[in-house]
Design a binder for this molecule. Structure first.
Ligand SMILES: Nc1ncnc2c1ncn2[C@@H]1O[C@H](COP(=O)(O)OP(=O)(O)OP(=O)(O)O)[C@@H](O)[C@H]1O
Ligand SMILES: [Mg+2]
Length: 408
């Protein structure tokens, strides 16, 4: 389970009906490895990123807990104002066969005043088929329905290999439960894929705290455990570790070298050699921007990365030249042969957008009803042709060339 091809979201805050990428079965342009959302304040960019967080929270904690997270404020605050009916998500994934994407559909609504999963389905084309419509291999209405084991479904009756399913709680997703069972390998892969999504909120102060000892597999959402993650890399990839540190140092201007040092209580302390200084500095002395760049570099250099990374306004607190540099690190990562990861960023920075292609940028705006719309820059003919002439995308945006593409 490696890649998100497209997503359609309905009734989630300002996203009354928004689609990105491939949302018709195996047709149209899939989302690229790097997706960037731009647009005015309040247009729905953060909401789109949070929609991914919401689906992941539903999987990990249940729908009620996901709705009640403090930034969300409960189901009634989440459903698009003035709409009735469920909050809907439809996600198109590439699993192991690009001709047979998997479609995951999830509807969340109030049942007797409590948020619940009212519909959940999974569909895929039959094994060996390269055309035709996808068949259900999970179909649940209000927690009751069927799951199909194995890959083959009886085309006519859709009933071979099927088992009846009745979930004990409507608060939990079917894929949470069935994704633990080895007889449903596709659901196991989907569950583990979504579990590994990573949405970051780097807080440089957090990276300055002295971390507890011990290796940790993943960077936490605040980026506070950079040292622990590097300790994991050191242990797990001893051969590559030196070159990882070299690449990290290269990602940060003015830095000559990063050297690891083991403290007496077995922490990995990072020493930073800066141009112009004889003695190295420790992590606590580094600047906000440097720590941010370090956290991003650790994410991008992970030899076995998260499959999906969402980052809000990475430019915050970075010098303009660093923003350009970071954007090119993201674009390079998106095309590299290293194990694949998919990155979704929001930005207000034209310098960041300058490094991108029109196929990687979506303009998010509100229509006359206050609902968000998302338009790919490559679908605005003028942008497409000016960009093909070599004019950087950020300057086209800054000089208002995006304005006549979509309703304001
Ligand atoms: N239940 C809801 N129904 C409709 N719209 C909603 C609902 N809840 C929030 N909104 C709207 O969603 C918008 C918030 O969007 P969001 O925070 O995603 O914007 P943004 O594009 O990230 O902006 P910024 O650039 O300022 O970060 C607000 O304008 C708010 O009015
Ligand atoms: Mg925002």
């Amino acid at each position: 389970m490696a890649r998100l091809l497209g997503i359609r979201i309905k009734n989630y805050r300002a996203l009354a009906d928004v689609a990105l990428g491939q949302v018709t079965y195996a047709k149209g342009d899939a989302l690229p490895r790097l997706v960037c959302l731009i647009g005015p304040n309040g247009s729905g960019k953060s909401t789109l990123l949070d929609a991914f967080g919401f689906v992941a929270d539903c999987l990990l904690e249940g729908v009620e807990a996901a709705c009640d997270k403090s930034a969300r404020g409960g189901f009634e605050n989440l459903r698009t104002q003035g709409q009735s009916g469920p909050i809907e998500f439809e996600l198109f994934f590439e699993d192991d066969d690009s001709l047979r994407p998997i479609v995951y559909l999830l509807h969340v609504d109030l049942v007797q005043g409590v948020p619940a999963v009212v519909k959940e389905t999974l569909r895929q084309r039959q094994q060996g088929e390269t055309r035709g419509k996808p068949y259900h291999f999970l179909k649940l209405d209000n927690g009751v329905g069927k799951v199909w084991t194995g890959q083959s479904v009886d085309v006519r009756a859709e009933k071979s290999d099927s088992q009846r399913v009745r979930l004990a709680e409507q608060d939990k997703l079917g894929i949470t439960t069935l994704g633990n069972l080895s007889e449903h390998p596709r659901i196991v892969r989907l569950r583990s894929y979504i579990e590994q999504w990573y949405l970051s909120y780097f807080v440089p102060d957090a990276a300055r705290d002295l971390p507890p000892a011990g290796a940790q597999r993943w960077l936490d959402r605040k980026g506070s455990n950079v040292g622990n993650v590097l300790q994991y890399f050191q242990r797990q990839y001893p051969e590559e570790f030196k070159s990882i540190l070299k690449r990290l140092a290269r990602a940060i201007p003015g830095l000559k070298k990063i050297t690891p040092e083991q403290s007496k209580d077995k922490r990995l302390l990072l020493k930073f050699d800066e141009t112009g200084y004889k003695d190295p500095f420790f992590q606590q002395n580094m600047s906000d921007g440097t720590l941010k760049m370090l956290a991003y570099a650790v994410l991008l250099e992970d030899p076995s990365p998260r499959p999906f990374i969402g980052i809000e306004e990475p430019e915050n607190g970075l010098y303009v030249r660093l923003v350009e540099r970071l954007a090119s690190q993201f674009t390079t990562r998106a095309t590299s042969t290293a194990p694949a990861t998919q990155i979704l960023v929001t930005t207000h920075s034209p310098y960041f957008v300058d490094a991108l292609r029109p196929e990687q940028v979506w303009l998010v705006r509100k229509d006359e009803h206050g609902h968000a719309t998302a338009q790919r820059a490559a679908d605005i003919p003028e942008i497409r042709s000016l960009s093909a002439e070599g004019i950087p995308l950020g300057s086209l945006w800054y000089s208002n060339h995006f304005d006549d593409g979509a309703p304001e």
